[in-house]
Write a protein that binds this ligand. Structure first.
Ligand code: MN
Length: 233
């Protein structure tokens, strides 16, 4: 096939203890999936229907160093970028209308990600009833640590999730606090979209989200997974 312009490189995420890369198709994100975070954002913590938004695959900021480190350039047109530490689920299989009880068969593995958010632009969009893209889907908006295969990690139904900024714990929770569990998210999403191998799903953030500034060092982790370290430039 001849292209009129050279096609873009496929975005990838590193795989722990491997030279192989995980190629990325779509990047789905779940909103308000921990009760304490729903409350801090001024919403009902009771289980409502889940909702979703997307980041662009080339918004990913893969770790550039073996310790999960990377540099996040502070983005333009904002004065209020927030961190949201999240468990990221990577799919090896897709489909439509996937039942909850077979949904975990679609999972390739897991990693730690940060759903960087231009909160001021997201807030303006919410008020005006506009899409969230400028708040959520900007360049480098999805720093990612290494992925681990599910054979190593198990189903990640519980475990501490945390984020420290400059050595102080800002976000802390447990995966067992997810309002919509991973198989439920996969099943629900597959009713809205045809899921594909190589899709990523950011599963929501625990409470404690807050602003970052240039020079901050963010260190995040989830029990059993490689951590992430991001320096804000
Ligand atoms: Mn989020």
């Amino acid at each position: 096939m001849n292209y009129v312009i050279t096609p873009p490189v496929i975005p990838t995420v590193a795989v722990a203890a491997s030279d192989s890369l995980f190629p990325v198709n779509r990047v789905y994100c779940v909103g308000r999936n921990y009760a304490a975070h729903a409350i801090e954002m001024g919403h009902d913590p009771n289980r409502e229907e889940p909702f979703f938004f997307k980041k662009a695959p080339d918004n990913l900021l893969p770790a550039s160093e073996s310790d999960g480190g990377g540099t996040f350039p502070y983005p333009p047109k904002t004065h209020d970028v927030h961190h949201e530490i999240e468990l990221v689920t990577a799919l090896s299989k897709g489909g439509t209308n996937i039942p909850v009880d077979t949904a975990m068969d679609c999972v390739w593995g897991f990693g730690v990600g940060i759903d960087m958010t231009r909160r001021d632009l997201q807030g303006e969009a919410k008020k005006a009833g506009r899409p969230w893209d400028t708040g959520k889907a900007f360049d480098n908006a999805a720093p990612m640590g290494c992925l681990h295969p599910i054979a190593q990690t198990g189903n990640m139904e519980s475990g501490r999730i945390w984020l420290e900024v400059n050595g102080k714990v800002r976000q802390e929770g447990d995966l067992n606090q997810l309002i919509w569990k991973i198989p439920e998210i996969i099943s629900y999403l597959s009713g809205l979209f045809t899921l594909r191998p190589c899709d990523l799903i950011f599963t929501g953030t625990p409470s404690g989200v807050g602003p970052i500034t240039a020079g901050d060092i963010l260190v995040g982790g989830i029990d059993g997974l490689s951590g992430i370290k991001v320096t804000v430039d």
